[in-house]
Write a protein that binds this ligand. Structure first.
Ligand code: GYE
Length: 326
């Protein structure tokens, strides 16, 4: 071969190599610059209006940013084992970040360690996991103890400091249930001696179970019950149905305090059938993806990205309703 032909072959080879490097993202300088953020999200399920709003927020944000975000979404149908399976498959796919709303608090150490060993950060969304801080990057969500405490203060004020009440707890073992119970009960025990919690049972954060459990409470305690505290609005809405079917007036005969701030409870408050909701923000999509991007870029995020939330009462519910986003 002539010298010129050799030169051409060599130049071509170098160019090919350069293209190959660029395509695989191996070149140290350009690495990741044009790549999408690949995120796996292991959702709990569809137990409540709040959960649906959170899912919508995450999917909407990803849908608006299809050119930069690739979202792999899994619905675990309330089962921890399904969430663990989803996390394992995200690890296999080598996603950039894994998002998880842990259905229960415990039992995550092994799979979180697998993610850590694979170099994939975990972002906890809306519920906490009881693991060492080194096993997750950040928790984006609310202060459930504070929510429970506020619910207790509101309940006591509605009842003038005394009366028998019942509690509808969320999913057994969920951080949102554990802490909303603790915050509420600690505040009652410390500062509201006239309030007596006569019964407390899980309604699994669903409207149907909330109704069922309230029916059984009403059978046992009848009109002795002066208030119900629901760990979420959906269970409170179920309880409201049960109270009405028992011939009592929710909102007055039995006061209703719950957590979330979904539209349904604002409608109930505007109709005089519920009294207070402690807001818990489900619209976490934008914050979630921002944290994921920061982590992908090698930046650091706060260990707890706390939601800012309010307390809403029946007297302003009709005016508040048009402004509610979920
Ligand atoms: O309050 C409830 C939902 O984890 C904060 O889960 C969330 C809770 C929310 O099902 O409605």
């Amino acid at each position: 071969m002539k010298k010129r032909t050799w030169m051409c072959v060599m130049v071509a080879c170098v160019m090919l190599l350069a293209t190959a490097c660029g395509a695989s993202g191996d070149s140290p300088e350009g690495s990741g610059a044009n790549e999408k953020l690949v995120v796996g999200f292991a959702q709990i399920g569809q137990e409540s209006g709040w959960r649906d709003a959170e899912t919508a927020s995450i999917q909407f944000y990803a849908g608006q940013n299809l050119d930069t975000i690739d979202l792999k979404f899994a619905d675990a149908q309330q089962k921890q084992e399904n969430q663990i399976k989803a996390i394992k498959s995200f690890i296999e796919m080598d996603v950039d970040v894994i998002g998880l709303a842990p259905v229960v608090e415990t039992g995550w150490d092994a799979v979180f360690t697998e993610a850590k060993d694979a170099g994939i950060p975990i972002v906890l969304v809306d519920r906490m996991a009881a693991v060492d801080e080194s096993l997750y990057a950040t928790f984006i969500g609310s202060d459930f103890i504070e929510e429970g405490k506020n619910a207790a203060i509101e309940m006591s004020a509605l009842l003038g400091g005394s009366g028998k009440i019942v509690q509808l707890e969320g999913t057994v073992g969920a951080s949102a249930a554990n802490d909303r119970k603790k915050g509420f009960e600690d505040e009652i025990a410390a500062n509201h001696p006239g309030i007596e919690i006569v019964a407390s049972q899980t309604g699994d954060f669903t409207r149907a179970k909330g109704k069922e459990v309230m029916e059984s409470f009403l059978k046992t305690y009848g009109n002795e019950i002066k208030g119900i505290y629901g760990h979420n609005d959906d269970m409170a809405l179920g309880a409201i149905e049960a109270i009405k079917e028992a011939g009592l007036k929710p909102g007055s005969d039995v006061v209703v305090v719950s957590v979330d701030g979904v539209k349904g409870i604002f409608e109930a408050m505007a109709a005089g059938e519920a009294n207070v909701t402690i807001e818990c923000n489900p619209l976490l999509g934008p914050q979630f993806f921002q944290a994921c991007q920061t982590l992908k870029d090698g930046g650091t995020v706060e260990k707890w990205i706390k939601s800012e939330e309010g307390i809403f009462r029946a007297d302003t519910a009709a005016a508040d309703l048009p402004n509610r986003k979920y």
